[in-house]
Design a binder for this molecule. Sequence first.
Ligand code: PLP
Length: 420
Amino acid sequence: MKTDRKKTPAMGKATRAIHAGAAEHSAYGEISVPIFQSSTFVFPNAADGAARFAGEQPGYIYTRIGNPTVHALEENLATLEGGVAGIATATGMAAVGTVFIALLGQGDHVVAGNCIYGPSRVMLEKEMSRFGVRSTFIDSSDAANIEKALRPETRMIFVESPMNPSMAITDLGAAGEIAARHKVLLVVDNTFASPYLQRPLELGAHIVINSLTKFINGHSDVVGGMIVSGSGQTHTRLKKVVTTFGGTMDPHQAWLILRGVRTLPLRIERAQENAMKLARFLKSHSKVTWVRYPGLPDHPQHEIAKKQMDGFGTMMSFGVKNGLEGGITVMNHVRLIKLAVSLGGVESLIEHPASMTHASIPKEERREAGILDELVRFSVGCEDFEDLRDDLDRALKEIGRRKPPFRPPSEEEHLAMEGC
Ligand SMILES: *Cc1c(COP(=O)(O)O)cnc(C)c1O
């Protein structure tokens, strides 16, 4: 069986999602990439073994270093993002951690968005700081803030777009231009958009991270992460560190995610059609005070979203009447839409940061970070629009009817899953 996989030539996005990383057929002609459930690989002889270790001959050695099923997924994502190569990791956070550990060192400085994924912020603030890496957190929705925060020792800019849960947009082209001018690495966490809607490498990023747990797998049943590099040199460095660090992906996990990514275009197209209709419906609802969706013309960075994204995605946030109480009421009365964190699955999920993910953060700090009491985060799925609309409508109408039962968590018992 051949283990070298041909790169799929540049084709449309949907074609790439379906075909990129597909294996050469074995003698059996299978259409699905087999699960190579093997920890180690046999060398034909000592000389071949030595040549593989020296990197002079293709072929697999050991699954932490490389595995054909995992490699198929890496090829798929590298092709979708338009990078040179991908590195699959056990989770999205393993991807973030690998990038920080591999590319930052004593004395380096990072400029990061103040609304990046909570654990990514914790990683910089609490862990990388122990190794002498300092970070400045800025509102990246104004690219000028990135440039202002740069220091002579700044090595990396780390941003997301759209941001969570504010749905603010970072101008990735402007960030790329700043990174190039100051010779600083630009790393973009592309999880909220996915490469189907946004390809940061084309806009000047050097590295793109995706939590495959979200849109790429799309079925809320597997976790995983991916790092795609724009240059071979960066990829080689990251590959060396992830192999040593050990946060690599399992072949069965890779196979499941390969199955998920095949329908990424269909899922996103369907869900974002729902999202646009729901955003308009919510805007006209008497219990809704505001809606933040990049596809609405009143979104502050609507024009930037239009420029850098192929569609406006499936994530939105909105405000409800009666603040904290109103948010809790909606959480308790949706039936079809599930009350859960995470996003990007075929099923719609709803979350209320002020009472859940961000409840232990003092109210004033929450407000400063844009986590308003009334803010509801909504990951729109692929259900029928009418059913989602009716479910939301019924839950929203409960606002103000009676006081919802609620006991806020104490700081000690709270698991800060999502910082800001
Ligand atoms: C979920 C998420 C991550 C982390 O991914 P895991 O697979 O949960 O480790 C990182 N960044 C963003 C933006 C996310 O939404």
